[in-house]
Design a binder for this molecule. Structure first.
Ligand code: BTX
Length: 328
């Protein structure tokens, strides 16, 4: 079954007004294929978990549109030119970063999104594990191909963090996400999102960036492994309702397209203010654990390169390039 036939049928079913049916014949004409092919597509969709009602003389309709993050659901909300125009969707992968890296070798275009319902080996920084419960979160990698030198790549983690926070705020005004430098988004002090940017580069040019975004959306406390229950949260736990993951994916693509274009054209200076507004780190006393040392002080800002500025007790200001931080 070709992905496109199945998706065309799904698009047609999703576009139906409530309670309306579409006949096999109408679907066949709309998709330009035989009625047998339509019937096969319906069967495949049912195997995928879609609940399709079939009534004699009326036709088909989606009895319930399950909460999937596939191309058809995301496309209903998408307002971008590049990001999300190509989507590779999977029920389960090891890690969307691994799939994305293979797709880069196959010339996947700028803006390609790799997204999965579940990851069996989701990863964080420094080979840490990222818990990716099936059907509950957004586990995706955005492939970007900016024309930039490699040293300007790490800032995309900051760009993505501002995009995710502002997408969340635009759809769910009651929640209060804050960036914890450099790559986490917390709500009420608990982690809801992690961002992992990896780069494929030649000596002087970025070939592709893999911006991995993991968001806990519809988990409840018991869906997290025990060791995460006290430090992790989901948007559902904070907003008090089940949320539409596909709508949030599309909104993130929209913000990400806008901010990454701004970054490539103007550098980080314009986004720095947005980042500082979205940050829960600036102005706070923190402890920063780097590979070499532990430093305590006040986070006073970030530089145009995204380096965290820490004022130590003796008044010196130190630049922190990479560290785990905690509020003290
Ligand atoms: P990080 O290294 O900053 O955070 C990893 C740490 O976060 C873990 O050691 C654990 O303590 C905690 N953690 C693990 N899973 C969760 C979770 N679901 N919610 C809250 N805390 C958790 C953060 O790395 C970057 C994560 C990026 C994940 C995305 S998902 C799509 C893409 N594919 C992939 O394999 N990774 C990225």
């Amino acid at each position: 079954m070709s992905g496109t036939t199945k998706e065309k049928v799904l698009q047609a079913l999703l576009a139906l007004p409530q309670e309306a049916y579409v006949s096999g014949e109408q679907l066949a004409t709309a998709c330009g294929i035989s009625r047998t092919a339509i019937w096969k597509a319906i069967q495949t969709l049912e195997q995928d978990g879609y609940d399709i009602e079939s009534v004699r003389k009326k036709g088909y309709r989606l009895a319930s549109s399950k909460d999937f993050v596939d191309r058809a659901h995301i496309a209903q909300h998408l307002q971008t030119k590049h990001i999300g125009q190509v989507i590779h969707y999977y029920k389960e992968v090891t890690s969307t970063q691994i799939i994305a890296s293979d797709l880069v070798q196959q010339n996947a275009p700028h803006g390609t999104v790799v997204i999965a319902e579940a990851q069996t080996a989701g990863r964080g920084r420094m080979a840490r594990e990222w818990d990716s419960a099936a059907g509950k979160g957004i586990w995706m990698t955005i492939i970007l191909r900016p024309d930039l030198p490699p040293h300007q790549a790490p800032q995309f983690t900051l760009v993505a963090a501002v995009a995710v926070v502002n997408a969340m705020k635009s759809l769910y005004p009651t929640i209060t996400p804050e960036i914890k430098w450099p790559n986490d988004i917390l709500i009420n002090g608990k982690k809801t999102t992690g961002i992992l940017t990896e780069m494929i580069a030649e000596a002087d040019r970025v070939q592709a960036l893999l911006v991995g975004i993991g968001i806990n959306v519809n988990q409840q406390k018991e869906h997290f492994p025990e060791e995460l229950q006290s430090i992790a949260t989901s948007l559902r736990m904070e907003a008090g309702e089940v949320l539409d993951r596909a709508a949030l994916v599309a909104e993130i693509c929209r913000y990400m397209e806008n901010y990454s274009e701004q970054y490539v054209t103007y550098g980080f200076s314009r986004l720095k203010t947005l980042w500082e507004e979205a940050s829960g780190t600036i102005g706070k006393n923190i402890r920063a654990t780097t590979l070499r040392e532990v430093l305590e002080g006040t986070a006073v800002g970030i530089t145009e390169d995204g380096v965290l500025q820490l004022r130590l007790a003796n008044g010196d200001v130190r630049g922190i390039y990479s560290a785990d931080i905690e509020l003290t």
